[in-house]
Design a protein around this ligand. Sequence first.
Ligand code: ATP
Length: 901
Amino acid sequence: MNPSPPDTPWHSQDTQQVLTSLEVSDRGLGADEARQRLERFGPNRLPQPERTGPLKRFLLQFHNVLIYILIAAAAGTAFLQHWVDTGVILGVVLINAVIGFIQEGKAEQALDAIRNMLSPKAMALRDGQRRTVPAEELVPGDIVYLQAGDRVPADLRLLRTHNMRIDEAVLTGESVAVDKKTEPVEEAADLGDRTGMAFYGTLVAFGQGRGVVVTTGADTQIGRISTMLGEVETLTTPLLRDIAIFGRWLSVVIIALAGFTFAFGYWLRDYDLMETFLAAVSLAVAAIPEGLPAIMTITLAIGVQRMAARNAIIRRLPAVETLGSVTTICSDKTGTLTRNEMTVKSMVTADQTFEIGGVGYEPHGGFALDGQDINPDEQPVLAEALRGILLCNDAELQQQEGQWKLEGDPTEGSLVTAALKAGLNQKQLNEFFPRDDVIPFESSYKFMATLHHHHENQHRFLYLKGAPERVLAVCAQERTSDGDREIDQDRWQQQMETIAARGQRLLAVATKEVETDHNALEFSDIEDGGLTMLALCGIIDPPRDEAIEAVQQCREAGIDVKMITGDHGVTAKAIAEELNIQTAGGVVTGQQLEQTSDEEMVQMVREVDVFARATPEHKLRLVRAIQANRQVVAMTGDGVNDAPALKRADVGIAMGIKGTEATKEVAEMVLADDNFASIAHAVEEGRTVYDNLRKAILFLLPTNGGQAFTIVAAIMLGLTLPLTPVQVLWVNMVTAVTLALALAFEPTEPGVMKRPPRPPETPIITGFLIWRVVFVSALLVAGTFGHFLWMERQEVAVEVARTVAINTLVMGQLFYLFNSRYILEPVCNREGLLGSRPVLIAIGVLIVLQGLFTYAPPAQFLFGTAPIGLEDWGRILAFGLLLFVLVEVEKALFKSRQTRL
Ligand code: ATP
């Protein structure tokens, strides 16, 4: 097929004409043809927005006031021909930039990988079969199925629509969804009036349909006007922004302090001008926690990556923080708490109850009546019901490599399996009774209906399948082996209770004959009633083992788990009990919710954990009510109508497998495996990230403080500087930036899921945190300074005294890194001391670097260090240990006082 000119007026052409010019049959494209076209037309992808190039990113690392000051200092030293200082300062600037560049790149990469995990899929017809394909692989000529909640994956000429409305706001700015038809429109019609087209990137708001791809990628309407849809996420969250602001304030204070120190030293203490200037600059560099934002970003990126590895894909970074303070999780039942591997186990007609053997989608298993195997063909009512559930069905089972695979909805898949077990043939049946029209299933009205006719005559009828109370409400008769009779609603109710009490999902099927000229299905066809009830199906969907565990874990973590399901109340209760979700408060149904005012609901959600027969609107009201109790809510959802509830929740969670694009787009997080356990894992990781952010602060600020106050104290007291400016730069580089990085990789602390959620309004910089910073800073200053003064008394060369002082400071930081692994828990155990490889590596590297710094002649030349003896190391080590012990004692005291962090 040759490419069509870009302005082909597909919208004004007849559908048949479009199919002919795209050279596609009603079986869709063949796999080979699709591959060839993909090569010719290229992937169906919009041009990516321009990224900042590596060179620019590298140069941006220098765009920082502190670096400017350092460069000015380097220029000053160069002017005075202190070449060694110049070299060291520039070296530090460069190395810092390289570290920053690499770290930032890593964080970006982590997020990119996650973005790619969410690439959209499309349902296409290939070789006569529906296949889920990556939207990027669609080519002109592909026939694509659309339903409510889908993003249109390319520009399509619609071939069939059913009540289809599309929200085209992204393209036309028009917020009212447009009714879609298949008829051609005038060639001159505006984009918004081309009702026979569905455009790339627009959202199916209602109904379903089918269309043929006419253009892909950059040639689509949206491709011509824009690049990638949606914003590219920046690497920040409210917390990080707060920290950045805090950092900026701190910098201002420190620069003022440095200025004051400079003035004080120069005028009052008569230090040399250049020496004081350099001391003031190194003071600023040492005191400003310039590594903090980078480490925070990396901690966050690592957290996001860990969550992705545990199947929770974060779409909006602030969610990582919010997850740590979630107090209530509202979850769907089907597929999230349960396995979504459905099997029809029983079918009840008006006068008989059949049991069905087998599990899963494999159509092996027979039918039994009163314990005796039977032939379903000989049971007319059962046979008719099976026909109904097979015709009123969009799922397909395919056998691939001996495995039965389902394309479509699992509930429907289980019905197909049941029908196949009875020997029915889906394809033949569909040819025998072609479908004229359909009302697709929606969880807001909970049924699906199809209209059929006999292929040889005009005999027309409809099948309705759905939630039993919906179906029973429109049935006037019931079918028995002896013909139809008036329906006995009470008996059906009893049957429902019996099946539901076993935790089985319920679904009813009914039928009605219609006039021969009736070829479109309306809601009124159902609502007018007069249907004949055929059978009730009991479908098992066992709870996931890991969900049972995760519910337990959440309860220990002080998180309330609520189940909000579309399923029947009794089924919901039985499953909730298996999952250990509280049912003491009773099960509230959607109907009851309708009669509850918003105020009453606020009270109700405090006691009730199971909501059944709930619709998406109920979910929205429930989120609001729970939030009114000052709870932080995570809420799952999959259908297009769940989007408002997800948006409203503090953490909206969409399903990666069965969820619609509409929900994925509003969600903060997407579950790759649709599994409840992944939510619990994400909460655990969320708490870990928050802990690690605090640990980074708890570690960095005292090390900065220790360095800075040592210098300030020396100048104030008019003493020899215990650390020269270049030495300060060195220490800062090797410890503050690199050592702290190890904390970003900290694994989850034991017991993280045993403590209550963090109140969302707690500030990150608490009183405790300030105390710890001051305490450790003071210890470091005392050790470094004390040791320096003591060495001076021994009348050693000042180089030796300084080298001892620096190593004391570094050793103190090294031991404090161990302390910082747990905020309040003791680390004097195997896990605490040896449990983190990054910490051990960082320490190993630091010891080597300090060795070189002390003993390597080039370092001695550059930094003015001198070799020190074993005894000196003994004292240095003793100080490190002392600091370590003191911090552990401080932790124990705080912990025993049960201080709130
Ligand atoms: P959850 O909301 O926890 O995922 P659910 O899947 O049971 O639970 P819905 O999808 O809203 O919730 O389904 C509600 C009811 O609608 C089901 O109990 C079933 O009786 C009926 N139902 C489900 N799927 C279909 C379908 N494809 N066709 C017809 N009826 C269906």
